[in-house]
Design a protein around this ligand. Sequence first.
Ligand SMILES: NCc1[nH]cc(CCC(=O)O)c1CC(=O)O
Length: 323
Amino acid sequence: MTSVVSSSPRTIRIGTRKSQLALIQTYWVQEQLKKSFPDISFDVHTMSTQGDKILDVALAKIGDKGLFTKELEVGMVNQEIDFAVHSLKDLPTRLPEGLVLAAITERENPADALVVHEKHKDKQIDTLPEGAVIGTSSLRRLAQLRHHFPHLTFKDVRGNLNTRMAKLDAGEYDGLILAVAGLERLGMGDRIHQSLPKEISLHAVGQGALGIECRGDDSELLSILKAIEHPETRDRCLAERAFLRELEGGCQVPIGVNTEINGDNLTLTGIVASVDGQKFVKDTVTGKAQNAEQLGQELAQLLRQQGAQEILDQIFTEIQRGS
Ligand SMILES: NCc1[nH]cc(CCC(=O)O)c1CC(=O)O
């Protein structure tokens, strides 16, 4: 196991955001690495990212490209840290020159969850009353839920998970849509009222998985990090990321996915929706998991032929106009 380590083992510096979720994820990665490489020291260094500082602006307006990752990436390029642990869905599909996605760890349930105010404890997403206020800041969740449930009202919500829960419990919202994975990792799995089926909400690219980024020339570290990679999650997420990379036009857009592995085969479903939920293109491709990225590109082209580009161009124009 330790054959990749040079004779005088180095201390490896792990960079992370300071949020509670980021720390839980990073300590988990540190634990896994310690088990595989007991002779190496792994130190955790926390950094504050732009996304941690601007908590009051709607993410959809500012776009979230690299908002949670940039400072960590600068730290790696400047040799202040050796690798960074990210929620994979927050990691842009194009990495800065010199940095690579070294490993993807085993995914938690990637679905979106409905969390409700106590007064709706007997309801599900499809039985909430007309006008019920649902909190979400994600265009992807917004577009899909508006499409299926036009009678619900949607309101932006920011802040960390505790802040959001407090707003819900205080009655500011009737329900919130949050990632199952985040709730579970934070020990709030008991608040998951309903895990939304893929027929209602396709999840974000990379949701529920951790992405580990490091310098591309650090071959020793690259082989160390491979020890905690989960091949099936990696194939699924590489397909999802290739799909998004092929479609995205430089802003946060309503794009959702679902992936499944059956033996050697990978099935990828993707959706591109307009923010009002009116326009909707969705399709599925299947092929060999080893060609994951090619499958992602293929699906993007299929959806383009069905009008995805027009939907995305319209959203991009609207965001630029500031509407
Ligand atoms: N940008 C928010 C974000 N980034 C990662 C997670 C947790 C889930 C995950 O790891 O995908 C969340 C919270 C959410 O979407 O509810």
